[in-house]
Design a protein around this ligand. Sequence first.
Ligand code: FES
Length: 454
Amino acid sequence: MDISGGFMSSQSTHPQTMDGRDPSHLRGDAITGDRYYSKEFAEKEWEHLWTRIWHIAGRLADIPEPGDYVVHNFLKESVIAVRQDDGSVRAFYNSCRHRGMRLVHDDSSTEEFVCPYHGWRYAKDGLLVHAQDSDVDFPQGDPCGKLRLNELRCDTWGGFVWYTMDDNAPTLADYLDPMPEVAKNYPMDTAVRVAWYRVKINANWKFVTDNFSESYHTRTAHPQVPPWIDQDVDSARHEMWPKGHGRTVQPMHPSISDRPADGRNVMFEAVLRQWDIDPDSYDSYEEFAFQGWKDLKAAKQKLWREKGYVHYEHMNDEEITDSPHTVIFPNVTISFLPDNLVFFRSEPCPDDPEKCYFDLWCMAFPVEGQTEVESIMAGPKPLEEVAVCEHRDFDGGQGIPELAGQIVYQDMSLAEAMQAGMHSKGYTDAVLSGQETRVRFFHEVLNDYLEGRR
Ligand code: FES
C-alpha cells in the first residue's frame, strides 16, 4: 500500500516482459511426440536440464528448528536440506561418504545423520563426527572431523528451499529473474498448506507444464471456471520472460461469453456479498460482471484490514481481485489468487518417461477468524497445516476420489490420453493458437538447455 493509504495501481509490466500471445518471439521448434516418451530424450533431460536447474527441496515452514530436514528424491538422486543452528539451510547429497549408502528416507529431525550400514555419523553441517575404528584402521588417516557429506548450492525464495546440482549454475535470484520482483507483494512465506498431494500419473512431466502454460483448454476441460475467472480471449494478459518463466493474468469476474442460462451467477454473487456489495443492484449481467468487479476492488481497498485480510497489505489493486497463473521454468507452477496460493510441480518418474509425479500443494493466506478455507483445487479444508503428504496413484481417477470434479482432477484425467496421442503417426507438431504461444516457448527454452545454448 502507498503512504496515502490507497492501494498501488495495477502492477506495471516488468521491463523484460514479452507478449505471451505473440508467436513472433518463437523460432518455431516442433513439439514432436518423441519428447514425451523417448528414453533417450529423457536421458538428455537428466544430463542437460535436471542436473543444471534449481529444484525445490521443500518449504522453509517444514523445517523450522535446527536439525529439521526434508528429503527430495529426484529421479535416481536424493538430496537432504537441513536447518542449521544459525537458522540457515544447507543441502547435501543423501549418500554416505563411506560407501555410498542412502542415509535417510523420509523428512524428519535429527542431531546427527547416522548411516544404517556401518554407523558413520554426520553432524547437521555434514561433517563426519564418528566412524567405527576411525583412529586405528584407516591407513589414509582418521576421516572424522575432516570428511563431509558432499554439499550442493542451496538458497531460499518464496518460502521454499531451493538447490542445484550444478556448481556453475547462475545464482537462484538470476535463475528466477524476474519472478521474485513480479511476485514480491504476496506473503508467500506465511501461506498455510491445507492440502498436500503427490499423484503418480501416466504422462510425461511436460504435459503438466504445457497444460499450465495456456488457459485455452479451460472452457472445455473446466466448465466451472468461466463463471468465476474470465476466460474470454482478450481479457487475459499473457506474459513471458527470457529465462523461460511466464504467466497469464486473468480477472476474477464472470466471463461474458459464458453467461448462465438463468442469468444468475451464484458464485460471484456470494463474493460480492462477502464484501458488502448487493449483487442485485446491477441492471445487466455485463454491469454485474464488470462494475461488480470494480466495486469489489474498491470494497477490498476500503475494508481489507477491518475484515482481517492482512495479506492484502502490500498487494496492488490487480492482485487483490485477479489471478496471475505463473509457470517457473521448467516444472513449477504457482497460481496466485487473492486469498490462495496453489503450488503445482511435475517431476519425472525414475523408471518410465511416460509417467510423472504431479505435486499439488493448496495453500491459503490466513484470515483472522477463519477456521475453514476454500482450497480452490481440493475443496473446503480446515485452515491448518496438513502434516503428511498423500501419495496416490491416479489410476483413472480411482486413486483420488475425493478430488473428483476438481480442476486438477480434470487435468489429470486428460493427461493419459494426451500421452497416448503423442505416439500417433497422425501427430507431428502442435497447431497453436496465439494464446498458447507460451507452450512452444517452453519447449524452445528446453531445447536451448538440451542443445547447450543455455
Ligand atoms: Fe555408510 Fe558404511 S556406507 S557407514
